[in-house]
Design a protein around this ligand. Structure first.
Ligand SMILES: C[S@@+](CC[C@H](N)C(=O)[O-])C[C@H]1O[C@@H](n2cnc3c(N)ncnc32)[C@H](O)[C@@H]1O
Length: 287
């Protein structure tokens, strides 16, 4: 290997520590030393893609670039975007069987219900919510439902809007829904119908950045699944507070099955419904 190429590939322990601390501050995502190989590989890719001489050169560009473009490219390659349709669907059952009925007790027909899926990754989660509402919630025509959907990664948001999915991604969907809402493509993928795509509003949001989350208010129901596992307790607390502020009193939060608010926030009440355990913002504010 030529000397210049070798220098580009060399990321020292001290570089890793510096990067890890910086990336954590920007995104809330915590890389432990077990993730060293994953991080190094992607850093080398970005060092090469930007024509930087070495880590030091790249790190200066990253921090001082006014447009934030390189930071976004880096975030896009560092995130883990695993998702699929009807993942952990006991929570969608809980939504249509219990949470929405409770939420609509204090709403007049015709009024708005706001649901926020964050992180949405490539869209399978918010689109599953839309399909569930159409298929399994009898009152869907009586309310004006808004589905908002956000992620920090702009590549996945673009993919969500293209809405073309692999067989693996739709494997959990009941067959009648696959036939009704998707069109099989010649290459074996499935294209989601435009009506469902248009029912969801996508935006880039960093859940660790209060400047990004402050425009989300009066939300009735938040799905925040399989994100807090990448955070430490401090960024989990920031995320919990952002969700608390975004919700209306009585609003609900669904977390992933291995995630919990117990160590990080006492702001929410635990609600145990027959389908799922969820978190609720109290009707009377606690803080
Ligand atoms: C494993 S996916 C979860 C997707 C979906 N909620 C699910 O459960 O199937 C995690 C997503 O979190 C996003 N993410 C990571 N850090 C984030 C942050 N600070 N704010 C918003 N999204 C973030 C990643 O880009 C990735 O798409």
């Amino acid at each position: 290997m030529k000397a210049a190429a070798m220098e580009r590939q060399l990321i020292t322990e001290a570089d890793f520590e510096k990067f890890r601390e910086y990336f954590y501050r920007k995104t809330g995502i915590q890389f432990d030393s077990g993730k060293r190989y994953f991080v190094d590989k992607r850093l080398v890719e970005r060092i090469e893609a930007t024509g930087s001489d070495n880590f030091r050169d790249y790190f200066i560009k990253l921090r001082f670039e006014a447009s934030g473009q390189e930071m976004q490219a880096l975030v896009n390659c560092m995130t883990v975007n695993e998702t699929y349709f009807f993942r952990e669907n006991y929570q969608f059952d809980c939504m249509v069987n219990h949470m929405l009925d409770e939420l609509t007790q204090t709403k007049r027909p015709g009024s708005r219900i706001r649901i926020w899926s964050i992180p949405s990754s490539t869209g399978e989660e918010p689109y599953s919510i839309a399909i569930y509402l159409l298929e399994r919630w009898a009152k869907i025509d009586q309310y004006d439902v808004e589905i908002l959907s956000s992620d920090i990664d702009t590549t996945v948001l673009d993919a969500a809007q293209r809405a073309i999915y692999s067989p693996r991604s739709v494997a959990n969907l009941p067959k009648p829904y696959l036939q009704k809402y998707f069109k099989a493509q010649l290459d074996g993928d499935f294209r989601l119908s435009r009506d469902i795509v248009d029912a969801v509003e996508f935006s880039r949001v960093n859940l660790s950045d209060p400047m990004d989350t402050r425009r989300f208010r009066d939300i009735d129901l938040i799905f925040c699944r399989n994100l807090l596992i990448y955070f430490d307790d401090l960024s989990r607390r920031v995320a919990a507070e952002a969700m608390f502020d975004a919700l209306r009193p009585g609003g609900f939060v669904c977390l992933g099955h291995s995630e919990s608010m117990s160590r990080i926030s006492s702001l929410f009440n635990i609600r145990r419904f027959p389908d799922a355990m969820v978190y609720q913002k109290p009707l009377e504010e606690k803080r």
